[in-house]
Design a protein around this ligand. Structure first.
Ligand code: ZN
Length: 68
C-alpha cells in the first residue's frame, strides 16, 4: 500500500487569489471646483440660496454642505 500524500496536494490546491485591487475611491474621482455665482443659486444640499459653491461631481453645494 503506497498511500502517500504529497505536500503539493495541500499547497498547490486552494490558494486564494487576491488579485482584486481596490479601485480608486469614488470620492477621489470627483471633480471639486470652487465656484462663485453672480446670482444666488439654490444649494443642492440645504436648499438655501448661496453665491459661493463647490461643484462636487456636477452638483453645486455650499461650503457648509461640502463634505470632503
Ligand atoms: Zn448647502
Amino acid at each position: 500500500m503506497a498511500q502517500h500524500r504529497s505536500l503539493d496536494e495541500f499547497l498547490g490546491g486552494g490558494e486564494p487569489t487576491e488579485d482584486e485591487e481596490p479601485s480608486v475611491s469614488e470620492l477621489d474621482g470627483l471633480t471639486r471646483t470652487y465656484e462663485w455665482c453672480a446670482e444666488p443659486r439654490t444649494c443642492t444640499g440645504c436648499g438655501e440660496e448661496r453665491q459661493q459653491f463647490w461643484r462636487v461631481d456636477d452638483r453645486l453645494v455650499c461650503p457648509g454642505c461640502k463634505k470632503w
